[in-house]
Design a protein around this ligand. Structure first.
Ligand SMILES: O=C(O)C(=O)C[C@H](O)C(=O)CO
Ligand SMILES: [Zn+2]
Length: 273
């Protein structure tokens, strides 16, 4: 498990492209059977699992100092692949099709992943102080919110899975946003939420396409060029939005002080610099 430390926004002007990417972009989550990054921004752990060569078990790691991974954590799992897969939690099998989600409650001891070649599980975990039931969510269960317009190239559907009125959690809030065909912009107008860190995992991009992700303080933005299945860590002071050169979807997941999706400060594009 790799560790990323938290950053102060005053550090950003001193970062060149490589420094910015090494702190905020997670490039290689799906290069091996399992890969994890522990961010000190709200202690969010993100991971990627490719079970094509055989079942993969979620093990604890040194930064957690815990007997098992979910001893004091909760977990969201999203199948960002093309084949269905199975997540087994303490002996119970949960089948996850593409874009389906499993919430795994604190205290679960044995979690493993299996699936055909195209199954790929994205993991997001936050610290938890109580146990909520393990529960699966499908796109049909998630209340869709349609936002944006064709004329502004940002027609998209937001599916909320783990949130205050959906699958219950301690602090994890998680959903999937799908861009309509021909729309390229997500999260415009952009926003910050001082009480939560957010991680975006872009997926469904063709190999030759990229998302240009904007980050930074609203009056000092920077960009990251992001490929398929790469994640961006967005600290509480940073905007997060982007435009793609091709169609894409993304998993957004947050942890922090509250689980109020609407607790955001929007910034119209006229105020961004
Ligand atoms: O397209 C969007 O707008 C989003 O998906 C926004 C995210 O849900 C988000 O940033 C939540 O804070
Ligand atoms: Zn946000």
């Amino acid at each position: 498990m790799k560790v990323r430390h938290a950053t102060d926004p005053d550090q950003i002007p001193g970062f060149d492209t490589d420094a910015l990417r090494s702190r905020f972009l997670v490039e290689d989550l799906f290069g091996s059977a399992i890969s994890m990054v522990y961010s000190h921004e709200d202690r969010i752990v993100v991971g990627g699992v490719r079970p094509s060569a055989g079942p993969v078990t979620l093990e604890t790691a040194d930064p957690l100092r815990a007997g098992h991974f979910l001893a004091r954590r909760e977990l969201g799992v999203v199948n960002v692949g093309t084949d269905p897969g199975t997540v087994t939690v303490d002996g119970a099998d949960h089948q996850l099709g593409a874009k389906e989600v499993l919430y795994v409650g604190r205290g679960s001891r044995e979690v493993s992943f299996a699936g055909e070649g195209g199954a790929a599980f994205y993991l997001v975990s936050t610290p938890a102080h109580a146990t909520h039931p393990t529960r699966k969510g499908t796109l049909a269960d998630a209340t869709p919110i349609r936002l944006g317009e064709q004329r502004s190239s940002n027609e998209r559907t937001i599916y909320k899975f783990i949130h205050a009125e959906g699958i219950q959690s301690c602090q994890l809030v998680l959903g999937i946003t799908e861009l309509a065909a021909g729309s390229m912009w997500n999260t415009m107008p952009a926003h910050v939420h001082d009480r939560r860190t957010e991680v975006y995992l872009y997926f469904g991009l063709e190999p030759e396409d990229r998302v240009v992700h904007l980050m930074g303080r609203p009056d000092q933005t920077r960009n990251l060029i992001v490929a398929d299945r790469q994640a961006v860590i967005s600290p509480p002071w940073s905007i997060h939005c982007g435009f793609g050169t091709g169609n894409y979807a993304f998993v957004w997941a947050m942890g922090g002080e509250n689980i109020d999706y609407a607790d955001v400060e929007p910034y119209p594009i006229t105020e961004l610099r």
